[in-house]
Design a protein around this ligand. Sequence first.
Ligand code: ADP
Ligand code: MG
Length: 394
Amino acid sequence: MTKSPLHIALLSRSPGCYSTRRLVEAAEHRGHDAVVLDTLKFGMFVESKSPQLTYRGDDIPEFDAVIPRIGTSISFYGASVVRQFEQMGVFSLNSAAAITASRDKLRSMQTLSRHDIGIAPSAFVARKRDVLPAIERVGGAPVIIKLLEGTQGVGVILADSVKIAEAIIETLQSTRQNVLIQKFVSESRGRDIRAFVIGDRVVAAMRRRAQGQEFRSNVHRGGVTEPVILDEAYERTAVRAAQIMGLRVAGVDMLEGADGPVIMEVNSSPGLEGIEASSQKDIAGEIIDYLAEHVRFADLDIRQRLSFARGYVVSEFTVTSNSPLDGVRLTQSGLKSRGIMVMSINRNGQHFPAPTGDDELHHGDKLLCYGPKVALQDFLPSMKPRVKGKKVHE
Ligand SMILES: Nc1ncnc2c1ncn2[C@@H]1O[C@H](COP(=O)(O)OP(=O)(O)O)[C@@H](O)[C@H]1O
Ligand SMILES: [Mg+2]
């Protein structure tokens, strides 16, 4: 843990809002100094080997860390400022890439969909004639229609009939809005769970309930909150979702589906007011502690870094039952002698980081490796034969 005080830049357009005030307070309470800077007052200067930022036209002093609180109305500019800080070697609590990826509801659903966590079945189509089949495919009416970048419940509509849904989608698309068609998780009508994730744990959670006829449980739509202790499935899902999105701090919204948690969205600048009030916890303080502990572990794209060594690649592959690796100990597998490093093993969703030797490999294990391409390709499973049959026509 870093003991020295940090010089923190808090990017926010609203210095007076609860979350901003609490973060500054918590930072100062721990002996750091935090200054609130208006994201739009930064200027970015992109020059070879010398990325620079100005604030109100002047050069900025050196910072150790950035806490981005980027509103959805300035996602692009805000993420660009964060990225500029990253290029200058300043740690950001959430990375620009993760903020951008989580802003778009389609993009985040796409990213989450290949993993073993519950999400609401969603569809995205362009042609008018594809709308009706898309609605049917996600479960028919009533159906949810969402703007890709909405927030606080604005831009989320519940359409009672397929006809109304079609009309709404057509209208929105005619004004060049991107809309997501989503299954209405009716068993969770009017309520959802907000899990507040810091690093690899949920530090607090609350249930939000809509009032009256409203189906949206957002606090901005009048939803009321109550503290809730999450069961393991919800907790695991929330942490996994934040990690997959690459967010260190996240507000993960989940519906309570019949088969367990259904992720709706993952917020990169979650508000503190509701969650601190309902949990009675010092969440701002936990964020600052986490920041101080991780400030020297900035995000990096390992594939990009490691492939600088010519002929070396990062590869993730599954051990098949006819692989020479199945049933063999890591030490005897021939991987090490051929210069291949196993960085982690994923067995049925369980991770074994930096495995060293005696672990026996099994088919189904997913290995994340780094090594010479020529050696690695001998261990990769062969490409699946293509399924014959259906053809697409133009
Ligand atoms: N698929 C769905 N099924 C049931 N309720 C939903 C669904 N999607 C959204 N809602 C309700 O609408 C609210 C807002 O949706 P959300 O996707 O979180 O948008 P926003 O970014 O505007 O908060 C949710 O908190 C939830 O109460
Ligand atoms: Mg929401």
